[in-house]
Every structure is written in C-alpha cells, then in structure tokens.
Design a protein around this ligand. Structure first.
Ligand SMILES: [Zn+2]
Ligand SMILES: [Zn+2]
Length: 186
C-alpha cells in the first residue's frame, strides 16, 4: 500500500508541475491546448490529447525507484480511475475527505472553463488536487461551459498539428509572399 501511495505521489507531483508549465510557457501550451479544445467532458476525454503532450505528461521519475510491479500497476490504475472520474459528464458530490485530496468533476470542469485562457490557470492536479491546495493554485467552483478559442472544435488532423501551428503559419506566410512576388513579377 505504501508503494502504491508512493507511485501515486511521484507521478502526480511530476504531472502537477508539467501541467502547470504547460499553462505558463507557449511551446508547451501548444502541445496541451488540444486537450482544452474539448467542448464537452466525459470519462474517456481525459485521454484526449496531442501525442507530444501525452508523452511529456507521462514522464516520471517513478522508474528510478525499485517499486514492485503490482504496486506500479495498482498506482497507475488508481490514477486512471480518479482522472477518468474527474472528466466525467455527470453530477456527483463525493465525500469531503475525497474532494480535499483528489480531483473531482467540479475542480476539473473549472480547469477546462471556456471563460478565458487566464481562468484555466488553476486546479492543475490531474488526480491529486492537494498539490493545488499546497502550491496556491486551487480554485473553488465549477464551470458548465468548457472549451478554448470561442469553443472551436478541432479535427484529429488539427489536434496532431497544433504544436507546429506557428511554424506552419510562418511557412504559409512565406509561401504566400513567394507566390505574390512571383505574381507581381509576371
Ligand atoms: Zn490544462
Ligand atoms: Zn482535462
């Protein structure tokens, strides 16, 4: 049980800071933004994201610890259940002890709020909301409307290409300039 708690702590601690960095630094935000373009939450959508984001958020020091394999799997499953629940599209108020330590639908809906980008910068804990309470990013409340950029939905192609958007725009711009300069020459 102690090893399971250690796995949960180590993975969530790393995810908290990576997630926070994703909301603080543009290149990382571009990998995380597709997850925030969800316009409705449900239990499976916790796993929707750009592959680069999913890779970065899965990085953990847990492999450096000599944890028993069953404890590792148990910890990962606990995290999966809690974050699946946090994305669920249902109304449910768990007991206070639970919502004090673990992320609930209310907490995470507020993190996904469509109000403004600035308003999403709270409740970073994927499964352990306690870290937000400790590090001053906790906010009380919930949001019934979720999404980003006027709640525009992204196609799968857009979700894949999102982190490269600035590059693609530059490329298209320079292509456009080339085209227009060749047209003026003509
Ligand atoms: Zn986020
Ligand atoms: Zn989410």
């Amino acid at each position: 049980m102690l090893q399971v708690a250690l796995v949960v702590f180590l993975i969530e601690f790393g995810q908290y800071w990576m997630h926070r960095a994703m909301h603080d630094w543009l290149p990382l935000w571009l990998t995380h933004a597709p997850h925030h373009h969800l316009t409705q939450l449900n239990a499976m959508k916790g796993f929707v994201g750009n592959p680069i984001e999913l890779f970065l958020i899965s990085l953990s020091v847990v492999a450096l610890f000599d944890v028993a394999t069953p404890a590792l799997f148990c910890g990962l499953n606990v995290l999966g259940v809690i974050s699946g629940y946090a994305h669920a599209n249902i109304r449910s108020n768990p007991p206070l002890f639970y919502s004090y330590a673990f992320t609930t639908i209310r907490h995470h809906s507020l993190h996904h709020t469509a109000l403004s980008y600035e308003d999403t910068r709270c409740n970073y804990g994927n499964s352990v909301i306690l870290f937000d309470r400790l590090f001053g990013t906790y906010r009380e409340g919930e949001s019934s409307i979720v999404g980003q950029d006027e709640r525009r939905r992204l196609s799968i192609r857009e979700q894949f290409l999102f982190p490269f958007q600035p590059l693609l725009e530059k490329f298209e711009l320079s292509n456009g300039m080339l085209r227009s300069s060749s047209e003026t020459r003509r």
